[in-house]
Design a protein. Structure first.
Length: 319
């Protein structure tokens, strides 16, 4: 993951001339690290640790890892994953040995993967066979969501997958905007809304996509739309209000899209802000969204709105 300014990071660096002081005080060590908030990277890394400003010369940097904005317990990751699974459950789901298996006609990896939601979820041969059969009957490949720190490490090797999705969070209202765009929010997605969403995802079957985006498990959905004065669609977004394990209420944002020729006008911020107001009315206190790890532009846009890393995950697909 490429870090963005404002991310909490740990930087591993080589000791030598110009290097920060080694906090461990071990004269035999050749490497050390510093943890803090990234404040600059052109080209040397500037790390803020409280009131202290630490500069790490670029030529000494060995690795940079983005951390969650705040320490997060495994139970917090699991609770958010429960809320997220309820907000995007596919069109069919079933609990299998602690895993929630989801199927959605092949539309999106999230709606067609199994996620470990219960403590003690394993991936032994018996569970593998049950999951394989569940997906085989539905003519889908077996795919699991490899959620960091929820994986049964003895059965899934980190070498088997690539972490490529970041889950970002912020308090509801962080994206507050004064943009004058008129945003309407409906309980169901219109055919035009679905077409706009499908258009950015390679032209999937509209009926399948519509069923997936309109599915929710014990929650509420809001579909945001911004139109031009002639009625043409300019921007969309989807909000899902669901609960986690401790009855914590989350607003999940997805399907954010703006017409290419109208980007940069603040319409995406207006949609996000409107959905957060709607989510607050439904009792949500925190907002989450998923963004591809390599999408630096999107991550920085969300960072400016107050979103920070909570946890990450990837996918493993089995033949």
């Amino acid at each position: 993951m490429t870090p963005s300014r404002g991310d909490r990071v740990v930087v591993r660096f080589r000791k030598g001339p110009g290097a920060p002081a080694d906090w461990r005080g071990d004269p035999s060590a050749t490497l050390s690290d510093v943890t803090g908030v990234l404040d600059g990277d052109t080209p040397d890394l500037v790390i803020l640790r409280g009131d202290e400003r630490v500069v790490v010369p670029a030529e000494l940097v060995v690795a940079v890892k983005v951390l969650s904005d705040k320490p997060v317990r495994n139970s917090g990751i699991r609770s958010l994953e429960v809320a997220a699974a309820r907000g995007w459950p596919g069109v069919e789901s079933e609990m299998i040995d602690g895993w929630l298996a989801r199927a959605g006609g092949g539309f999106t990896r999230r709606a067609n993967s199994a996620v470990p939601l219960e403590m003690g979820a394993r991936l032994d041969s018996q569970t593998m066979d049950r999951l394989r059969e569940w997906y085989r009957v539905r003519d889908l490949p077996m795919r699991i969501a490899a959620v960091t720190r929820l994986l049964p490490g003895s059965h899934v090797s980190p070498a088997d997958y690539v972490i490529d999705v970041d889950v970002l969070v912020a308090p509801v209202g962080a994206a507050a905007s004064n943009m004058g765009a008129e945003v309407t929010i409906d309980e169901t997605a219109s055919a035009e809304w679905v077409a706009a969403y499908v258009g950015q995802r390679g032209g999937a079957d509209h009926s399948v996509a519509g069923a997936v985006v309109c599915a929710v498990d014990d929650g509420r959905l809001g579909f945001a739309t911004v139109r031009d004065i002639d009625g043409s669609l300019l921007a969309i977004g989807r909000g899902a209000v669901t609960t986690g394990l401790g009855n914590d209420v989350w607003l999940g944002l997805s399907a954010l899209w703006t017409a290419p020729d109208r980007r940069g006008e603040g319409l995406g911020r207006a949609v996000t802000s409107a959905l957060e107001r709607w989510g607050a009315d439904q009792g949500a206190a925190q907002t989450y969204l998923q963004v591809e790890t390599g999408n630096t532009h999107a991550r920085e846009w969300y960072r400016r709105m107050g979103f920070g890393l909570h946890h990450s995950y990837g996918y493993v697909e089995y033949p």
